[in-house]
Design a binder for this molecule. Structure first.
Ligand code: FES
Ligand code: MG
Length: 584
């Protein structure tokens, strides 16, 4: 820390924001201090030392985050050690496995809560505690809009799932076993038995699903201490990094090191490349676009496509590969991956992290302890691991595909559309014996985008019809405006923009239309003439339910399309920490 950073130009210590509440002998200061003291705080707690918020998405209804209060205690130790005073506060918790209709409906709500809770309270810096999928982007988005010093600590992944001596990956096993039950390879009793060992410790999904992806994104962006992403939730070193992060936030306040210093365009470019290298979730596309919008970095889907093209997927984790987060941690975790990217000239080495130093300095000495788990460039799962963005009349503003989770033989494909007008329609008809479908068909699902569902459900990885599974078919092309779980896999084209409910061409597809996709050529085409599409459009009436009020109505009115991150239009941007009015 330089003296310039710590002091203002006159050389006097920079007054902290919390002093506006707690400083001096005025009536308001006495009131603010005296109420806080009901928690048993010594008088010198408010003598000008940094006040640190611990923004906690803990909830017992978010099982992946149920252990975060323990981590908050560890953060507090670190804050005290560095001379700060910590205060833990709760925010809306988004539980992926529990919240209905879909957790994504509430990411923006949680981000609003985070933003307002940070800004409205007497804090100088904040430690963000998250884990389950949407909690990490919600925390980062809210904190970025306030732009007080902030550091993220992840809850960490669960220990590997286990069943009958084998590793069982969160989510990925559910998709796989459900298909095996349908195809007759597994009994329903075995499936229920496997349930017992799927989630056997505290923590988030231990595949490279959205939670582990977003933890990796946060680390690649520089918003966590190095090594944060992979430490299992129940490993003692998870507590250590929480404590170290508590120590560090106090320094960040003194240095005035803010998210806007860290979340630069280069940081996002590093994160996009890290996503390709780890075989990360397609959900990261949406979350990073939304986060970039908060800090004014003009990130686009084209950046995802361009920057990811030559990134090899070198992390051999489910759903793209074989292993799970425990092995990733033992192999060295994300620092090894970032080092490898640096050696391939795919990393901006000088981007700043919450450490106050350059990212390269954090990772350059990382050692790969398991080349089976973090493989060489030559042995990569795919040489172009980045997210592919396709365009065409079916999705003029883009549709995304994760090549590392898709089938090579379907990368160029032409097939007859089998259309499902809603997810309910899909459930009703998918296993009917007379459904006229074969493995060359393209399954199309409508009205599951941000406005259509609403909340853009994770249903895009439509399960294959039982009769085809029984024939040994393992993958088919699927197209929708939905998302898919980061734990899912298949040749699944997602996030079609504009979505069907917003009048996108997807709404106009009919059974029997031919659709061609060309992933190397980045195109997706509905082989229907413009005239015919115009006729269909003229007759189109949106079937989507309208909401009279409540949060869902606000959501549908304000949500932007997937190509800009599905944030609310009124939440884009950085509003800062200033509070425009004072209480007198
Ligand atoms: Fe919470 Fe997967 S359900 S991380
Ligand atoms: Mg999910």
């Amino acid at each position: 820390m330089t003296d310039d950073a710590r002091n203002n130009k006159s050389g006097a210590p920079r007054p902290l924001r919390s002093a506006e509440w707690f400083g001096g002998k005025g009536k308001n200061a006495i009131m603010s201090r005296s109420w806080m003291k009901n928690q048993g705080l010594p008088a010198d707690s408010f003598d000008g030392r940094p006040i640190i918020g611990i923004c906690n998405t803990w909830s017992e209804l978010t099982p992946c985050n149920a252990h975060l209060r323990d981590l908050a205690e560890r953060v507090k130790r670190g804050v005290y050690e560095s001379g700060g005073v910590p205060f833990e506060f709760p925010v809306f918790s988004v539980g992926e496995s529990t919240l209905r209709p879909t957790a994504m409906l509430f990411r923006n709500l949680a981000a609003m809560d985070v933003e307002e809770a940070i800004r409205g309270n007497p804090i100088d810096g904040v430690v963000l505690l998250g884990g389950c999928d949407k909690t990490t982007p919600a925390l980062l988005m809210g904190a970025a809009s306030v732009d007080l010093p902030a550091i993220l600590v992840s809850g960490g992944p669960m220990l590997n799932g286990k069943w009958r001596g084998q590793d069982v990956g969160s989510g990925t096993a559910i998709w796989k076993f459900a298909e095996m039950v349908k195809s007759g390879e597994m009994t329903i009793d075995e499936f229920v038995d496997a349930e017992q060992g799927m989630a056997r410790s505290a923590g988030s999904c231990m595949t490279m699903g959205t939670a582990s992806t977003m933890a990796s994104m946060a680390e690649a962006l520089g918003m966590t201490l190095s090594g944060n992403a992979a430490i299992p939730a129940v490993d003692a070193r998870r507590r250590v990094i929480a404590q170290l992060s508590g120590r560090r936030i106090v320094g960040m306040v003194q240095e005035d090191l803010k998210p806007s210093d860290v979340l630069t365009r280069h940081a996002f470019e590093n994160a996009i490349r890290a996503n390709g290298a780890v075989g990360g979730s397609t959900n990261a596309v949406i979350h990073l676009l939304a986060l970039a919008g908060r800090v004014g970095v003009g990130l686009s889907l084209d950046d995802w496509d361009r920057l990811g093209r030559d990134v090899p997927t070198i992390v051999n984790l489910q759903p793209s590969g074989r292993y799970l987060m425990e092995q990733f941690y033992y192999a060295g975790g994300l620092p090894v991956v970032l080092k490898a990217l640096g050696e391939m000239s795919l990393l901006h080495k000088d981007t700043l992290t919450v450490s106050g130093g350059a990212i390269w300095d954090e990772v350059k000495d990382a050692v790969n302890y398991d080349p089976e788990v973090i493989v060489s460039r030559k042995a990569a799962l795919t040489q172009s691991g980045g997210i592919a963005v396709l365009r065409g009349n079916l999705a003029p503003r883009g549709i995304v595909l994760k090549p590392s989770a898709a089938s090579p033989h379907l990368m160029q494909h032409r097939g007859r559309a089998i259309v499902f007008e809603s997810i309910e329609d899909y459930h009703l008809r998918i296993n009917q014996e007379d459904l006229d479908i074969d493995e060359t068909c393209v399954m199309v699902l409508k009205y599951c985008g941000p406005k259509g569902y609403p909340g853009m459900a994770e249903v895009g990885n439509l399960g294959l019809p039982a009769k085809l599974l029984k024939q040994g078919v393992t993958d088919m092309v699927r197209i929708s405006d939905a998302r898919m779980s980061g734990t899912a896999y298949g040749t699944v084209l997602l996030h079609a923009t504009p979505e069907a409910a917003d009048g996108g061409t997807l709404a106009l597809v009919r059974d029997g239309d031919m659709i061609s996709i060309d992933v190397p050529g980045r195109s997706v085409h509905l082989e229907v003439s413009d005239d015919e599409l115009a006729t269909r459009r003229a007759a189109w009436i949106s079937p989507v339910e309208k909401f009279d009020g409540g949060y869902a109505a606000l959501y549908v009115k304000s949500v932007m399309q997937a190509d800009t991150g599905a944030d609310f239009d009124f939440l884009v941007g950085r509003r800062g920490s200033r509070i425009p009015m004072d209480r007198n």
